[in-house]
Design a protein around this ligand. Sequence first.
Ligand SMILES: [Zn+2]
Length: 223
Amino acid sequence: MTGPAAAERVFVDHYTILGIAPGSGAEDIKRAFRGLAKIHHPDVSHDDGLRFLEIYTAYRVLRDPIERSRHDLQLRLREIGAQQSVQLVPPSRVKYPGTVVQLARRGLLRRRYRSRDRLRHLKIDFDLEVFLSREELRRPLRVTLPLIARTLCPDCRGSDPDCPACTGRGTYKSSRNVFVHFEGGLFHGQIIELNLSRLRPAPLSHFKRRKVRVKISPLTPTS
Ligand SMILES: [Zn+2]
């Protein structure tokens, strides 16, 4: 591993090692070190000395103003990172637009209409709506989108018009969850176009659409 993830793995919070608060002064640091050294010095404890090494390293870093400020910056970055951790948005926050009632009122449920045409009649220019609070707009998110996929019939491989498994259609319709990562900085009313052409939901299957337009909507009218 390289980059920030690797740096985070080797970062040690020296204040925790010495059992003191991050704002502690030079005297507190010295006192904490001496107290712990009395217990963990290899001459006394007869252990492998690793604990003492840890304590001594913490003391050495924190008494040096330059090393300490470098350490404090890492500590702050780690705290910010924890606050910014990715939030999961469940599929219950995702809706397909155009309810059956809306469609029926406009006489759009008749067979000859394709769903794309139905949406055009309702002046809806997106495929999915994700409901997010204002708080969530700013955060990194992992959104679960249930998308319609088509899977080739395993019985006939799409070649038997009398196949009982797929009733001759050759494919099955199914719902597959796709995880989409957003970095934050979204806004309500935003429409994001996702390219699905390179995604394969499962072997021998593909998504019905190559592109999906996702609209970001407010979670509640007041959010
Ligand atoms: Zn079949």
